[in-house]
Design a binder for this molecule. Structure first.
Ligand SMILES: [Cu+2]
Length: 393
């Protein structure tokens, strides 16, 4: 889960040789509170009752299995040793023993019952998503999460949560230098929820199967296109908790982290208030006429958050990802083609559709690509042009 497993797991005495071979210095990697720890082997204890029960179950099952393992192998090795041929033992020759058969049926049956009873109890509790205080829909996209607050305080809020673009770039460069403690877990918009409230998460996906998982809450639920599944948690401690998409969903699968911020109920109310105001301010008027510097500033942000992962910050793309720098479509004084690439995607979805972005964001990012790198067209795309093309979809 963490970066640089190489640095953590290679034996110390190999460090020098390996360090020289890989040519990289060993970076200090630290535990992420609420996320994975360095050299973590066990499950986290967790901050929900379910997670703690899962942890306890896991511990007891391990103990039970170890006891059985030791007992069975002890009897086996003892018998093999004690009754070996070289000290004159002869194999007994018998068929059918009711006593033995009853024992080897009843004992495992009892063991299964002892394991299944508590496990079923937790499993059933885990699936009980009724009476939630808050319902939030988590939608998996290649490769980010969308959160929509469906019911409860904050109803109607919705946003996209994307990996921090500087951390993404750092990963491409081999994670050199100081590694942030939340490396590859930092997102622009964390999922914010109140403490001690039952949060129901409905999962679905927009393209391929993803999975919403937060180990500290003991939850993991597939997010399947065209289906809805659900899970729930009640976090008992304020703090930041982290998870990742846990269903291999394409080449950026490792780059769609989940950051859940659990806050006090007063802080949550305040956050909802701020988000509401932000949403109102962002409700851009698609008929607004923008000036070039203003729309370029907006477009730069949209590009960094959505496009740079594929087309690169320098607009040069890579491999099958066409460069935007110098692209005839981008330079074209007729804007309709490029607007439609953004609205519909291209090459069967290799270039995804961006119709979830607002008219203003699309106009801004197009304007940005038309005036960045060596593209110095001076062209400005207004949101109204995007609106016109969108109406034809
Ligand atoms: Cu995914």
């Amino acid at each position: 889960m963490k970066s640089n497993w190489r640095n953590k797991f290679r034996p110390a005495h190999l460090l020098l040789a390996a360090g020289a071979a890989f040519g990289g210095a060993a970076h200090a990697v630290n535990d992420l509170p609420g996320g994975p720890s360095v050299r973590q082997l066990n499950m986290p204890v967790g901050v929900t009752k379910i997670a703690q029960e899962q942890h306890l179950l896991h511990t007891w099952m391990m103990i039970l299995c170890t006891v059985i393992f030791v007992a069975v192998f002890a009897v086996m090795f003892y018998s093999i040793w004690k009754h070996r041929k070289s000290v004159g033992h002869k194999a007994a020759n018998f068929h059918e023993s009711v006593v033995v058969e009853v024992i080897w049926t009843v004992v495992p049956f009892l063991i299964v019952i002892v394991m299944a009873l508590p496990a079923t109890k937790v499993l059933v509790a885990q699936k009980d998503t009724t009476n939630a205080d808050l319902t939030i829909k988590a939608t998996g996209y290649q490769w980010k999460w969308g959160y929509d607050y469906i019911t409860g305080e904050g109803q109607g809020l919705g946003f996209i949560s994307t990996l921090d673009s500087s951390q993404r770039a750092m990963s491409d460069n081999g994670a050199k230098g100081e590694i942030p403690v939340d490396y590859l877990f930092k997102v622009d918009n964390p999922l914010v929820v109140p403490v001690d409230k039952k949060i129901r998460i409905i999962t679905t996906a927009n393209d391929v199967i993803h999975a919403f998982a937060v180990p500290q809450f003991g939850i993991k639920q597939d997010a399947i296109p065209g289906f809805v599944r659900d899970t729930w948690f009640r976090a008992e401690k304020v703090g930041d908790y982290y998870g990742q998409c846990q269903e291999l969903c394409g080449k950026e699968h490792a780059y769609m982290p989940i950051h859940v911020k659990v806050v006090s109920s007063a802080d949550y109310t305040a956050w909802v208030d701020v988000k509401r105001k932000e949403a109102a301010a962002k409700l851009d008027d698609p008929n607004k006429v923008w000036a070039l510097p203003e729309i370029l500033a907006r477009g730069e942000k949209v590009y960094a958050a959505n496009c740079a992962a594929c087309h690169q910050a320098n607009g040069k793309g890579a491999g099958p990802i066409k460069p935007l720098d110098g692209s005839p479509k981008v330079l074209d004084p007729d804007h309709t083609d490029q607007i439609n690439v953004l609205l519909k995607g291209q090459a069967g979805g290799a270039m995804p559709s961006w119709k979830q972005l607002s008219d203003t964001d699309i106009a801004a990012v197009i304007s940005f690509t038309k005036n960045s790198w060596s593209n110095k067209t001076g062209q400005l795309v207004q949101p109204a042009e995007v609106k016109t093309e969108r109406a034809k979809l």
